[in-house]
Design a protein around this ligand. Structure first.
Ligand SMILES: C[S@@+](CC[C@H](N)C(=O)[O-])C[C@H]1O[C@@H](n2cnc3c(N)ncnc32)[C@H](O)[C@@H]1O
Length: 218
C-alpha cells in the first residue's frame, strides 16, 4: 500500500535528496521488513523519514533516525548542496533539526519515529539493539560510510534488510563510498542484493558471520 496522498505531498515539499521513485521503493522495502526496530542514518529535514515513518506505522515498527543535523561536507557554504535558508543565524551553522521537527509535526508520526541528534561515531559506540531494517544515507566520505556500515549493519538480524542510498557504480554519476559499502556487503557473503531503484540498493542479510572492521575498496 503506498503512503497517503497528504504524506506524499508533505515529503515532496520537504527539502532533501530522495526522488519519488526511490522513496516509494524504500517504503516498500521497509514494509516488507516487518515489525521490529528500524534505523535510519541521515535524516536531514525528514524527507525519507516520512516514507519510512509511514511504513513503520503500517507494520507496527519503530523507526529511530540519527543525524547531527549540521549537514555533510557537500551541504556546507560554498559546496554544491548548500542551502543558506537552513543556516541558524545565531550560530552561523547549518541546522536541519527545526525543519525535521516541523516535518514530523505535520506528518503526525511521533508515535513511531524517534529522532536521535548525534554523530554516528558517538551513537555507534552505544547502539546494541537488533535491527530488522537499516537505511544508510548519512555521510558519504569513505571513512564514515564504512564506519556506519560496520557500526550499525552488524546489528541487522539474519533475514533483515539493509538499504543503501546514493549508490553509483560509475564514478561519473556520483561519489563511490556507498557503492563500496554495497560491494563489501555482498562480496563478504553476509548480504545479498534483493532489488535496486535508481541509486537505492536493497540487500538482505543471509549470514550471521561477523562484519569485522577495516575499509574495503574494490
Ligand atoms: C544525504 S543527507 C540525508 C538525506 C535524507 N535521508 C533525505 O531523505 O533527505 C545526509 C545527512 O547525514 C548527516 N550526517 C553527515 N555526517 C554525519 C555524521 N557523522 N553523523 C551523523 N549525521 C551525519 C548530515 O547532517 C545530513 O543531514
Amino acid at each position: 500500500m503506498p503512503i497517503s496522498e497528504s504524506l506524499a505531498k508533505l515529503a515532496d515539499q520537504t527539502k532533501g535528496f530522495l526522488p519519488a521513485d526511490e522513496a516509494g521503493a524504500l517504503h516498500d522495502a521497509a514494509v516488507l521488513a516487518g515489525p521490529g526496530i528500524w534505523l535510519e542514518i541521515g535524516t536531514y529535514c525528514g524527507k525519507s523519514t516520512v516514507y519510512l515513518g509511514a511504513a513503520a506505522q503500517t507494520v507496527d515498527a519503530q523507526l529511530i533516525t540519527v543525524d547531527h543535523h549540521h549537514g555533510s561536507e557537500e551541504n556546507q557554504p560554498g559546496w554544491e548542496w548548500h542551502d543558506e535558508s537552513l543556516v541558524d543565524p545565531s550560530s552561523g551553522q547549518l541546522d536541519t533539526l527545526p525543519s525535521l521537527r516541523r516535518t514530523l509535526r505535520l506528518a503526525e508520526l511521533d508515535s513511531v519515529v524517534t529522532p536521535v541528534v548525534g554523530d554516528t561515531a558517538a551513537v555507534g559506540r552505544w547502539w546494541s539493539t537488533p535491527l530488522v531494517f537499516l537505511f544508510l544515507d548519512g555521510n558519504h566520505t569513505e571513512e564514515i560510510a564504512q564506519h556506519d556500515y560496520e557500526a550499525f549493519a552488524q546489528h541487522i538480524v539474519v533475514g533483515g534488510t539493509l538499504a543503501v542510498h546514493d549508490v553509483f557504480p560509475d564514478p561519473a554519476d556520483g561519489g563511490q563510498p556507498p557503492w563500496h559499502v554495497v560491494v563489501r556487503a555482498v562480496d563478504s557473503g553476509i548480504f545479498e542484493q534483493v532489488s535496486a531503484c535508481g541509486s537505492l540498493r536493497v540487500l538482505r542479510r543471509v549470514s550471521a558471520q561477523s562484519i569485522g572492521s577495516g575499509t574495503h575498496t574494490p
